[in-house]
Design a protein around this ligand. Structure first.
Ligand code: DQA
Length: 145
């Protein structure tokens, strides 16, 4: 089974971006953790990152025909602003799990509202890079081969 992970805007700067909030791991390090954990669970993982809303929407729309069984998405700031990404998640049949490194419920008011979470199967927030690994475990338990 193939799982697509989509990282949203500014996550390419992880490691040096506000490390007191997002930790010191780079996106490459996190992607390697996702790949290794996927291997251990017999899930094939692919990781994309984009700073562009339209590109993320294209990936969401195309994931089904590219043979993915589920999508893990950290929409980053688009979580709080993007009706278009929400609509794309609602439009596709694949299950989507939303993840966040930080606990968005414990942050500024504008971060506590996710436009995207309600159209996802569920969300995992606040465990640093482990949020992605918990999402992989969840897909392993939810998806039947
Ligand atoms: C984030 C939380 C968002 O509010 C923020 O805009 C991000 C990262 C997280 O993973 O904690 O860029 O999605």
């Amino acid at each position: 089974m193939k799982i697509l992970t989509i990282h949203g805007p500014n996550l390419n700067l992880l490691g040096r971006r506000e490390p007191e909030i997002y930790g010191s791991k780079t996106l490459d390090m996190i992607n390697r953790e996702i790949d290794r954990h996927g291997e251990a669970l017999a899930l094939a993982t692919t990781c994309y990152q984009s700073n562009h809303e339209g590109e993320i929407i294209d990936w969401l729309q195309n994931a089904g025909k590219e043979g993915f069984s589920g999508i893990i998405i950290n929409p980053a700031a688009f979580t709080h602003t993007s009706v278009a990404i929400r609509d794309a998640i609602a439009a596709i049949e694949l299950p989507v799990i939303e993840v966040h490194l930080s606990n968005i419920s414990a942050r500024e008011d504008f971060r506590q509202k996710s436009l995207t979470a309600a159209v996802c199967r569920g969300s995992i927030s606040g465990f640093g890079s482990t949020s992605y690994l918990v999402a992989l475990e969840t897909f392993k338990l939810l998806l039947k081969p």
